[in-house]
Design a binder for this molecule. Sequence first.
Ligand code: NAD
Length: 278
Amino acid sequence: MNNGLLKGKKGIIFGALNEKSIAWQVALKAHHEGARLVLTNSPVAVRMGSISELAALTSSKLVVADATSMVDIDRLVSESLQIFGGRFDFVLHSIGMSPNVRKDIPYENTSYENMMKTYDISALSFHRILQTCYKYDAINEWGSVVALTYVAAQRTLAGYNDMGDAKALLESIARSFGYIYGRDRKVRINTISQSPTPTTAGSGVHGIESLLDFSERMSPLGNATAAECADYCVTLFSDLTRKVTMQNLYHDGGFSSMGMSLKAIEQYNKSFKECDEK
Ligand SMILES: NC(=O)c1ccc[n+]([C@@H]2O[C@H](COP(=O)([O-])OP(=O)(O)OC[C@H]3O[C@@H](n4cnc5c(N)ncnc54)[C@H](O)[C@@H]3O)[C@@H](O)[C@H]2O)c1
């Protein structure tokens, strides 16, 4: 169903690698709701992934940019202003990578060089993008910026490693810049805290299969899919949410508010019975 929620709006979408990517789903949905898009990803992702296919599907321009390079982000924002013929209305930050997670280096024996890369790619890139958009006054009044995050910013989840710290920083940047951008230009900035999702980045997390299963069982509504996350992003880019800013918004089927579920208690008791019988 097309509700025309983004009719006449323009936006930049970071982070579509392949069709499993959350950003891929957001691009499809935003296009469907009437938005014009610029898609962007790093040079290696453009080479290895299938973003050109998405650009064709959504009649979007593709601008290659490494989110850790100030030069690239500057060029991306200026080119986007030219492509759109003026300011745009929304930005999606859907970028995450930890060399420590990728190489299975445990948190208690971290490589600090890798850790700095994790923060740079996954969190500081958000500041870099906001700072550049602010400098060029590139986002229309009542525009909307969304970054994707995970509950590991608030709670420790084994295996999420330094990405938990990166997400905490990302969410803090949303609040700090949200104040400045809201005050000066009426632009809103939020983070969406998404359920574990089987994407390329998601699959790199140690024990992801168990995590997906655990949160699926623990959430009263079950895990949220990438396509459902795209629906939520569209509402945040639309004019229906103009006074929502500086928030970390959970999109996780209720997981973040759960302590113990009935099913989990039963399973817990059962495991003790099995132990007692031995
Ligand atoms: N998959 C999950 O379980 C899950 C849960 C909550 C939040 N998230 C977040 O959602 C976002 C999107 O991840 P995804 O799950 O769709 O996985 P994904 O692997 O499809 O997307 C991650 C993207 O980050 C991009 N990226 C990495 N380094 C970059 C750089 N230097 N410059 C520009 N782009 C770069 C990759 O190319 C890729 O497109 C991430 O922020 C991730 O942390 C994912």
